[in-house]
Design a protein around this ligand. Structure first.
Ligand code: GRG
Length: 294
């Protein structure tokens, strides 16, 4: 019997092998090397694991969702590269390594992000098995563009930037978190479910789960920014206080933020249970998010 960690590591191996293959170095080498540097750096891979696992829970197989899972991770890496740029959060470290622009220079880092943003949907089109219908692929692509663009991550990021050093209300803070972070969890989970032909009711439940766990994940990230070390985070801690970012911790303090994470995680377990979407992996991922802040 495999342990939870062994199963997670199996998923990570499969995801990393596919990412490595998809991102084979072509000409001009400098752009592919810059893309590979950030995507293949050691991240938790929580989003692509969720894509694969929800597909498995619903259909019994995850293979059809593998290209989409990799596309989700590429979009995530793109958002990290751009988020770290001097014109955004200006970070020197990410995933325990120097940030992309520190190694390759700003112009290459911008281009690497742009290249990942257009390469990821191409991977969905070209590498998803032909047995998945064109209509399903189109629906997944629509989901991808919705999450990446001005309805999604970009909306969250722009409000985040404009809110620095400002007094903001709870609705604005929720808007930032749901768009900047939950949206990618929505994409990861909904696209994995869609690829294997989930029902409308399953998609509604998956979206609700994604919104709750995405918000919990972002509040955790805010808590850890204040409480964790460079070694734990792989990036410079306490940046949010310095830049007076709009975070849960800044608005409600550490203790209330922790309580909020626990109640969002409890809601996430309930959604999985009530909709028969639970699995050891999905429950374990929620548990691990909660554990990080204890
Ligand atoms: C999508 C075109 C386009 C632009 C992106 C820069 C930007 C706009 C959005 C920023 C989004 C962002 C960086 C949100 C933070 C989300 C977050 C908590 C990231 C950390 O995720 P982990 O902990 O990281 O999963 P690893 O390294 O483990 O993958």
């Amino acid at each position: 019997m495999k342990t939870f960690n062994e199963k997670i590591n199996e998923y990570i191996k499969i995801i990393d092998k596919s990412l490595d293959d998809f991102l084979e170095v072509r000409y001009p080498q400098s752009i592919w090397e810059s893309m590979r540097y950030s995507v293949l750096a050691e991240g938790k891979r929580i989003r692509p694991i969720m894509t694969l696992e929800i597909a498995k829970v619903i259909s019994g197989n995850f293979e059809d969702a593998l290209a989409t899972a990799c596309a989700v991770e590429m979009l995530h890496a793109q958002s990290l590269i751009h988020d770290d740029l001097p014109c955004m959060d200006n970070d020197d470290y990410r995933r325990g390594k120097l940030t992309n622009h520190k190694v390759f220079g700003e112009s290459t880092a911008v281009l690497a992000g742009d290249a990942l943003l257009s390469f990821a949907p191409q991977i969905i089109i070209e590498k998803t098995p032909e047995s998945v219908t064109t209509q399903i692929k189109l629906n997944v692509l629509n989901e991808f563009f919705h999450a990446a663009g001005a309805y999604g991550l970009i909306a969250g990021q722009i409000v985040d930037i404009k809110s620095e050093k400002q007094e903001i209300d709870n609705a604005t803070l929720t808007f930032i978190h749901t768009h900047k972070t939950s949206m990618l969890f929505r994409l990861a989970l909904r696209s994995g479910a869609m690829i294997v032909g989930a029902s409308e009711a399953q998609l509604v439940a998956v979206s609700e789960f994604a919104d709750n766990i995405g918000l919990a994940f972002q509040i955790c990230d805010d808590i850890l920014d204040e409480t964790a070390t460079f070694e734990d985070l792989g990036k410079t801690p306490k940046k949010d206080i310095k830049t007076q970012k709009a975070t849960y911790v800044r608005m409600y303090g550490l203790s209330e933020s922790r309580q909020k994470v626990h109640s969002l995680c409890k809601k996430s377990y309930d959604i999985l249970n009530e909709n028969h979407l639970g699995s050891e992996i999905l429950f374990g991922l929620v548990e691990n998010i909660e554990k990080r802040i204890n």
